[in-house]
Design a protein around this ligand. Structure first.
Ligand code: 5GP
Ligand code: MG
Length: 212
């Protein structure tokens, strides 16, 4: 058996939770909407698209004063997995400046408005900014964050979300990059939580009614 086949043999077995019963958090899942492999493939595509566009605008080394620097602004905490995977697909010189936003405090699934928990960096003037969030639902989160950033007069401002629930937003927010359009259901996994749990799930899934 050559080396490549041996490697495939080792990764082929299913994850332990699939073979050992529905352990831990997997007990609470209703169905998988987006498998891990599909997320990975889409993130790779998005990375290529975004890198090509930004490189055209900014230049690959991002250091030219006249072109401005690239700053990625992830909205915490839901976007952490997505950002970690996406930025590693961007071969550009960039900085990460997190912003913390709370939109579903506690266990509630109803949006209670948006509050900024972790102040925005005050240094975005003249920079090329890419804001990244996990999901666009009502659009309030992205609306508030992009307004605050625009006040700082960046050289450019783009937005990227992993997931979008089409038709939900009453606000004029149209992300420049969208990973997947999903039905209007509450989802968890790959950074998205319910009451702080399930962020470490590799897939995007819905929860069983008993778990909510
Ligand atoms: P929006 O402000 O657009 O209504 O909602 C965006 C934020 O709400 C997201 O950053 C996310 O934290 C939360 N959110 C919206 N829909 C969902 C969902 O289906 N699942 C989870 N876990 N969070 C959601
Ligand atoms: Mg969020």
């Amino acid at each position: 058996m050559n080396a490549r086949k041996r490697i495939l043999w080792h990764v082929a077995p299913r994850a332990p939770w699939m073979t050992q019963g529905r352990m831990g958090m997997h007990r609470d899942l209703e169905r998988i909407l987006i498998p891990a492999a599909a997320i990975e493939a889409r993130v790779r595509d998005l990375g290529q698209t975004i890198a090509a566009e930004l490189e055209r605008e900014i230049g690959g080394d991002g250091t030219h004063a006249d072109h401005g620097e690239l700053v990625i602004v992830p909205i915490l905490t839901g976007s952490v997995m997505f950002v970690a995977d996406l930025v590693r697909r961007l071969p550009l010189k960039l900085r990460l400046e997190m912003v913390g936003v709370s939109s579903y405090p506690g266990k509630s699934m109803e949006s209670k408005g948006v509050s900024i928990r972790h102040e925005l960096p005050g240094t975005l003037a003249g920079k090329h900014v890419l804001v990244i969030d996990d999901i666009l639902d009502s659009g309030h989160t992205l609306d508030v964050v992009t307004r605050l950033i625009r006040e700082q007069r960046p050289a450019s401002l783009r937005t990227c979300v992993l997931l979008r629930k089409p038709g939900k937003s009453s606000l004029p927010v149209a992300p420049d990059y969208v990973g997947f359009d999903i039905p209007d259901e509450f989802v968890v996994g790959y950074g998205l939580d319910y009451d702080g749990f399930y962020r470490n799930l590799p897939e995007i899934a819905t929860l069983r009614p008993e778990a909510r």
